[in-house]
Write a protein that binds this ligand. Sequence first.
Ligand code: ADP
Length: 229
Amino acid sequence: VTHQLRSPLAAILQYFEVLLGGIGGDLSDAQREMLTRAKERLESLMQLINDWLDMSRLSEGDIVKRLQPTPLAQCVDAALKGLEWAAKEKKVTVEVDLPGDLPLVHADPDSLREALSNLVANAVKYNREGGAVVIRAHQQGNCVMVSVEDTGIGIDAKEIPFIFDQFYRGKDREIRSQPGTGLGLAITQKVVRAHGGTLTVTSDKGKGSQFTFTLNVARGEPQAQGETP
Ligand code: ADP
């Protein structure tokens, strides 16, 4: 089904690109405008299908089977690779502040990368031009707390109970002007829960947001000094 959904859409996208590239002949301004709109709508549909497939693919049992000692820093690097361009375009700086002695975490590297990528993508997307994103982590007993903090538009307190629901998108014009499917946080929460962790948010409307999730330290890794495991 994945293949049957993705391949015709990929082919249609290619035709749009070929036509917009002028290979099928010169285009009038009106034709170019209509094809560009159609291509944008197709891209949103493809994003929705990809997110929806991710959501169904991410079965908790499969994630649990793949849990292994994992270096968080590598997952952060992998997540940031796909977001460099978006951050640069919006002039948002992304800083990673992880202690060098962070223990390995008990995680599925692919789904952890996906969760981080969703949080950082939102932190960039709902930021202001020239804003900042900081990814931090620290050990607390047998957990590692990971946070993604931004200086963006923030979230209205009234909306916070809904943002983890599937397909929920913020009501503000600033949110609706950005592409999105309302599935990123639902996927992230599913991943974090499958790891036995929790995902929480604090936000100051107009000033920024901080999403924090917990992961378990991999077995055999040292406990933080002075903490109760
Ligand atoms: P999407 O980004 O596709 O709308 P998400 O599930 O990732 O869907 O997020 C749901 C909603 O939560 C967003 O529409 C937005 O209203 C809010 N949100 C998520 N992350 C942030 C953030 N970093 N800053 C402000 N609002 C956010």
